[in-house]
Design a protein around this ligand. Structure first.
Ligand SMILES: [Zn+2]
Length: 838
């Protein structure tokens, strides 16, 4: 009867599917439509929710919320593990999900009456989700009252959440949107609603580049006995019902002749000059024909159905890839399964082996290729593949070989591994043979970005010096190393004014842009790739730069400035939207358009905006390779966080006591131990238990050129050098699950460069098994070091990942007119975070 009206409603809803700026569905639509999703598609929606986290907040939050109300308890917990707690929308979503479900994660708040009260409160939070966005001290107060009656441990956990929740801010949308959407939906037939829900998932999948497996997932409501689906090997594909975990996850790589690709080529058989062949990767039992030397297994706790991206990177003039150089393998109980082939050799029917087509150089010689394995855009492992190429191939020992020379992790907790958030972009920088080669891999929306390039270390060194000097000039007025007797001293003790800030940002932007223009274009492999990179990095997303210890210079990623402008214009002004934000200290910069990828000054010839710096726009992390050690994605604690503080007793540190008091007040803190001598420090480092090791100290370089940290009394006590760390940790390091983050907050250090820092950082990571280290680009001063550490650690203790904690602290200082947060360098995976246990 109401046929035309129904059709019209359907069309209106379809148009809402792409109503957002990024072509994403309206949050209200997601929320209302998802319950009509066929049950067997729910797991797909779960996978999408996980990937959505970096695409668009309201849509992602709505997806998570709707899912939380539909799936079983275990799935809901899994869903919560995807959340980033430093994200206001998601925090709100979490609280709403708590209330809607009535069964909060880990069974908290089960007491009678709480569910009802929370449900009521949930409506307040619900409004936050895109309809009306309220500033709600009222809601806060209500929640706190509710929490007062809870057992202490549950209360403290939720209070931490609440502390992070405030203050409200965010987008406003037309009220009543959801009601209107619901009305239209109800006018449709159940079949039409189901169809729309499927279209919704397709659209989201298209936006986030979901895995290309077409399969029938098991019923997500089914709760397996032990609750750990990823452990039991019951993959989402449903191809197998085996409950046994895969026995082996050996990464087999090798070559195969062009004529007989099914047959692996023996390691003793070189390639022919100018000849074609195949390179292959297969995960499972150790295979004959595999050419690695040394260790080559995947972390056993990687989810049983993890999809790994395999990307080959070539060196100029060496082995080349013909055709596709990225493929995908999904882990299955029996081994790997190709979900995205690269090459399809004729006559080979091997669903478990991923092939790439290679071309050998015409001249004889020994040539290389790099094979990287990624999980959720995190670089897991990297293999350097070497092949001898001969005009008349004759057998020789190890003519073909592969060696793993980067590994992110040795052993990982499965729950923590799931918590590895997807990176937007992952770089790897090598110090091979006098050049820096950089491999970038990333992408979203199904578009892979992949590139490889070689950097001239000397030119990189020149740029590094220039950008660091610009930072030094902003900090203490001199372009060069700091010394106590030179220059005007620290310039940002109080805000020096918009004019001075503009001058400092201008010099930083000019040099940061020249670094970008001169190094990044060749680095990503040309202009076309650079444009792809610009599109990829327009909005905030995590960047990971994996460093091998041998690199000569640390690529100063935070100082890259990528908004195109005229560096030689006689004058530049500061972005008006940013200066306006400076005048409103209550609004976090993260929430302003500039830092959400919508800076109106981008591309203007003479206007600069701090959001053009990677360090102000993106959470970054630079993990060091850890050999066979562990770089955990999280640090778990019980009851509270333990901090070991290693202090300089220099009376010139006038702000130390105030700073230490502020740190002691951080939540959830359990114990702080302050150490005031070298001996005490070295002894305490060997003990276990710290989650954070904090150095508030001096540092420098010895007369023989060794970087050192100075704790205690620098007049009477020696420094701590890298070999002292080897000694301290010679028989053991920190043990999982409490491998600490080491924060090197060196003040008034002289001549200690980031490379020197990395030398010490490497000591903590390689010898001590630290989860990560925070260092600095230039000499810092107490008025910056104290507030930065307090802000960064406050966020980190509250559950923010280290990339976001550093980024947030940078922006918090910037909001007060201080750009020097850019001086901090996090040597850790950007997703590293503290996680409460139990
Ligand atoms: Zn701006």
């Amino acid at each position: 009867m109401a046929g035309p009206r129904r059709r019209q409603g359907l069309e209106e809803l379809r148009s809402l599917l792409r109503s957002e700026a990024q072509g994403l569905p309206d949050a209200a639509l997601v929320f209302e439509l998802l319950p009509y999703t066929p049950k067997r598609e729910l797991l797909r929606a779960m996978a999408l929710a996980r990937r959505m986290r970096q695409v668009d907040e309201p849509t992602a939050a709505a997806l998570m919320l709707a899912l939380a109300s539909m799936v079983g308890e275990k799935r809901r917990q899994e869903l919560f593990s995807f959340l980033q707690l430093d994200d206001q929308v998601v925090r709100a979503a979490m609280l709403l999900a708590l209330s809607m479900a009535g069964t909060p994660p880990r069974g908290m708040l089960r007491e009678a009456g709480w569910a009802v009260a929370l449900r009521k409160l949930g409506r307040v939070v619900e409004q936050a989700l895109g309809m009306t966005w309220k500033r709600g001290p009222g809601a806060q107060a209500q929640l706190r009252t509710l929490l007062a009656g809870l057992p202490a441990r549950q209360r403290s956990q939720l209070e931490v959440l609440l502390d992070m929740w405030a203050p409200w801010s965010g987008p406003r949308a037309a009220p009543g949107r959801r009601g209107a959407v619901r009305k239209k939906l109800l006018a449709l037939s159940p079949r039409e609603r189901g169809q729309l829900a499927r279209e919704l998932l397709d659209l989201l999948g298209e936006k986030v580049g979901e895995g290309r497996t077409s399969s029938k997932p098991p019923d997500p409501h089914g709760e397996t006995g032990d609750g750990a689906e990823t452990k039991t090997g019951q993959g989402r594909t449903g191809h197998t019902r085996s409950t046994k975990p895969p026995r082996e996850r050996h990464v087999n790589v090798g070559f195969a002749p062009e004529q007989a690709p099914a047959q692996p080529q023996r390691a003793s058989e070189p390639l022919a000059c100018g000849g074609e062949s195949f390179f292959w990767v297969e995960i499972g039992k150790r295979l004959e024909g595999s050419i690695q030397t040394g260790e080559a297994t995947l972390p056993p706790e990687l989810p049983a159905d993890a999809v790994l991206q395999v990307a080959l990177f070539t060196f100029p003039g060496e082995l080349q890839v013909r055709g596709e150089d990225v493929g995908e393998l999904q882990l299955r109980p029996g081994g790997s399964h190709v979900t995205r082939p690269a090459a399809r050799p004729e006559g080979v029917n091997s669903p478990s082996r991923l092939f790439f087509r290679l071309l050998a150089p015409k001249a004889p010689g020994t040539y290389r290729l790099r094979c990287n394995l990624y999980y959720e855009k995190n670089l897991l492992q990297s293999y350097l593949v070497t092949a001898e190429v001969m005009s008349r191939p004759a057998q020789r020992r190890e003519a073909l070989s592969a060696r793993r020379d980067y590994t992110l992790s040795g052993q990982l907790d499965p729950a923590l591994l799931r918590a590895y958030p997807a990176n937007r972009l992952s770089f790897m920088l090598n110090g091979d043979e006098g050049t820096h080669s950089l491999h970038a891999f990333g992408g979203e929306g199904g578009q892979d970005f992949k590139s490889t390039a070689t950097l001239n270390p000397q030119r990189l060194g020149e740029h590094v010096k220039l950008v660091r000097n610009a930072l030094a000039k902003a900090s203490y007025g001199v372009e060069g190393p700091w010394s106590p007797n030179s220059g005007p001293g620290y310039r940002y003790e109080t805000f020096p004014g918009v004019k001075a800030l503009t001058e400092d940002l201008r010099l930083l932007a000019i040099r940061g842009y020249r670094l970008y223009s001169d190094m990044v274009t060749p680095l990503v492999g040309g202009k076309k790739h650079r444009m792809a990179l610009e599109a990829l990095l327009k909005t905030p997303g995590r960047l990971q730069l994996a460093l091998k210890e041998s690199v000569e210079y640390i690529f100063p990623a935070a100082l890259v400035y990528d908004y195109h402008f005229d560096t030689n214009a006689p004058a530049h002004s500061l972005c008006p939207v940013f200066t306006e934000a400076l005048r409103q200290p209550g609004v976090p910069l993260e929430r302003t358009p500039c830092f959400q990828g919508k800076c109106p000054s981008r591309g203007q010839e003479t206007v600069i905006c701090p959001s053009g710096f990677w360090g102000f726009r993106h959470p970054l992390g630079i993990p060091l390779s850890v050999g066979d050690g562990e770089a955990p994605p999280s640090i778990s604690y019980q009851g509270g966080v333990n901090v070991l503080g290693c202090l300089s007793t220099d009376p010139a540190f006038t702000e130390r006591d105030k700073h230490l008091k502020a740190l002691e007040r951080l939540k959830p803190m359990r114990a702080v131990q302050w150490l005031r001598s070298r001996e005490e420090t070295l002894r305490a480092l060997k003990g276990d238990g710290p989650h954070i090791v904090y150095f508030y100290c001096h540092g420098g370089v010895t007369s023989s050129g060794l970087p050192y940290l100075s704790v205690g009394d620098q007049r009477t006590e020696a420094g701590i050098t890298r070999d002292n760390l080897t000694n301290a940790f010679h028989d053991a390091g920190w043990e999982p699950p409490s491998q600490p983050l080491v924060f090197l907050n060196g003040c008034h250090t002289t001549a200690l460069t980031p490379e020197g820092m990395m030398n010490l950082a490497g000591g903590f990571v390689v010898e001590g098994n630290a989860a990560g280290v925070i260092g600095t680009e230039i000499t810092l001063f107490e008025p910056l070091a104290g507030p930065f550490a307090e802000e960064c650690l406050r966020r980190f203790l509250s559950g923010a990942a280290i990339g976001e904690a550093v980024h947030g602290a940078r922006l918090a200082l910037l909001a007060k007119g201080n750009p020097l947060g850019l001086a901090y360098v996090p040597f850790a995976v950007p997703g590293l975070r503290l996680v409460p246990e139990g």
